[in-house]
Design a protein around this ligand. Sequence first.
Ligand code: GEK
Length: 258
Amino acid sequence: MRLPHSLWQSIYKVIEYIMGRDNIYSQDHEALEAFAFDDAVARVFPDMIKRSVPGYTMIIPMIGVITDQYAQANTHLYDLGCSLGASLLAMRHGVNVDGCKIIGIDNAEAMLKRCQSYVDIDDATVPVELHKGDVTEFEYNNASVVTLNFTLQFIPLEKRQALIQKLYDGLQPGGALILSEKICFDEPEQTLQQELHWDFKRANGYSDLEVSQKRSALENVLVPESAQAHIERLKSVGFSQACTWYQCFNFTSFIAVK
Ligand code: GEK
């Protein structure tokens, strides 16, 4: 007996749902709402970020390597915009000194709930605290590693300088800030890098409709800056060194050392 085509389609839909496949923008949305980190996004987030952000799967383990290098004994390690905890757990496994505490902050309840469940089943022993709230409103102190892995891009432009200054002030000498961001360029490089990014998404199975609807939903929510603007800001708050350690198309990661 052959199963009817429509039944196969239903079965595939169920499988995709169970696997957490991101198909949020696969149907035509007449009125697109601004992108939000809600329950629907949290459910498919690992698939979404892996298929949308070139280099994400390389950056996560390297955050562990950088933590290994910069974590200082008896200090705090912060992960701002920790989402489901990928960067936070990489930091946790990278720590090789005693007396550290990792503090993860995110303002999305749906993300943080899932993050806690991953922390609970993780086998590393460094203590982790998770806090719900806006990263611009926390105080930071006695830090040796701070990670902003694709989070600053969602903070209003006018609040970025004060946040980076606060993070610098809260770091110990020799401490490091890891800052990963989508970046923009002057033309003609902007078009070249952006088209490569869209091709990356298509190669990962997103349709043209999904690419364009996601782009519209992120407009004014994710606001990229140039690499130069980031480096200048990092230097302006006092970091003695600030440089790019990774780039793939229009996604990059900087390291800044106090
Ligand atoms: C990872 N670091 O997997 N305060 C707190 N959290 C915020 C704020 C804010 N003002 N704005 C956005 N967020 C993660 C990936 S995702 C990146 C980080 C992406 C949170 C938001 O809820 C989301 O969880 C995270 O920042 C950004 O390594 O989706 O492109």
